[in-house]
Design a protein around this ligand. Structure first.
Ligand code: PMV
Length: 332
């Protein structure tokens, strides 16, 4: 029986072609393909040890005990690891983000990527990245992408899919681009993405149109990354973000993730573009804005966005590394 302690680090990612909506199946499969960039300057670090003597999984997030809902999501991933490794012992999990949790900054992506990697390693499973990505995907689909560095794709699932991992777009992570992460609030978001997607699917008259349209946005984004075409990637990233949010806003009752500061940041991005600085906005299930630009323009873009009234903080990120893990000791 393994009593190793493993410590993993993973970076969040920002989808430039969005996933929004799940296949009706129990294993958390995205209904549309997505493409993301892993962010180097934000990270989650997670340690896991399967400890003899624990009567339940102990989960600590940013120094506090996990809520019941959070702990259940962690335990269900750990249960899969226990089954695969033939372990019966409970685990302790300690995880911390160096950025705000649960406010649309993709903490579930880096969180479940780091958890999947640390838990499989601590359990003695020698899984390759694709298998770890498939495991992470079952907890949070965007987490599948955070296993890999640079630009990463995740295909859509279908009702009979039994394995679905993200894949890196090889040879693209040295592209000199940046994403400025514009934090408009430190408050946690009100409607999480899983709940938001289910609500959109059930009530938005635009949901089917979104599912039909998203693959062509994904394909344009993929071709743009391979061609290192920033203007096309930025253009399609904005189309994808606004199509996703339009679909969510069409739900009943409407699902609106934007705040007045979100809109002010979007307007500033447009005015930068009009003045000749190529910058493009994308928003996830929260009020933060992520702004794509060349690496050379990133400092200017970030300082312009810091001037927008209501902006709390801007963090510049470049394409980040794949998630990594090491064994750090023995559980007692
Ligand atoms: O990974 P989830 O299930 O938390 O959903 C992520 C959804 C978006 O961030 C809005 C889009 C995406 O593709 O990351």
């Amino acid at each position: 029986m393994s009593t190793a302690v493993a410590c993993a680090t993973a970076h969040p990612n920002v989808a430039l072609a969005k996933y929004w909506g799940k296949v009706l199946a129990p294993t958390n499969l995205p209904a549309v393909p997505s493409l993301s960039m892993t962010l180097d300057s934000l990270s989650t670090t997670t340690s896991v040890g399967f400890g003899p003597g624990l009567d339940s999984d102990r989960v600590v997030i940013n120094g506090r005990s996990a809520t019941d809902a959070e702990a259940r999501r962690v335990s269900s991933l750990l249960d899969q690891v226990r089954v695969a490794a033939g372990l019966r012992t409970r685990a302790w999990v300690e995880t911390a983000n160096d950025f705000p949790t649960g406010s649309g900054l993709a903490s579930s992506a880096s969180g479940f990527a780091a958890l999947a990697l640390a838990a499989t390693k601590a359990a003695g499973l020698e899984w390759d990245s694709a298998r770890v990505s498939d495991l992470a995907r079952q907890a949070s689909a965007s987490a599948a992408r955070s296993i890999f560095g640079g630009f990463v794709t995740l295909m859509a699932g279908s009702a009979d899919t039994t394995f679905l991992a993200a894949e890196p777009l090889n040879g693209t992570d040295d592209w000199q681009v940046a994403i400025s992460v514009v934090i408009t609030t430190f408050q946690p978001k009100e409607v999480g993405s899983t709940q938001g997607m289910a609500h959109t699917r059930a009530t938005s008259p635009y949901y089917d149109a979104w599912v039909e349209h998203a693959p062509s946005l994904f394909e344009r984004a993929r071709v743009a990354v391979l061609a290192r075409d920033l203007d096309e990637l930025g253009t399609v990233a904005e189309e994808s973000a606004f199509a996703m949010h339009a679909c969510a806003m069409g739900s009943a009752p409407p699902l609106v993730y934007f705040s007045p500061v979100t809109l002010a940041v979007i307007e500033k991005v447009r005015s930068m573009r009009r003045s000749g600085v190529p910058a493009y906005a994308t928003m996830d299930a929260g009020p933060q804005v992520k702004v794509l630009s060349s690496a050379a323009n990133a400092a200017q873009v970030a300082s312009t966005l810091r001037e927008v009234h209501g902006v709390e903080k801007v963090i510049v990120a470049r394409p980040g590394a794949a998630a990594s893990v090491k064994l750090v000791g023995q559980s007692t």
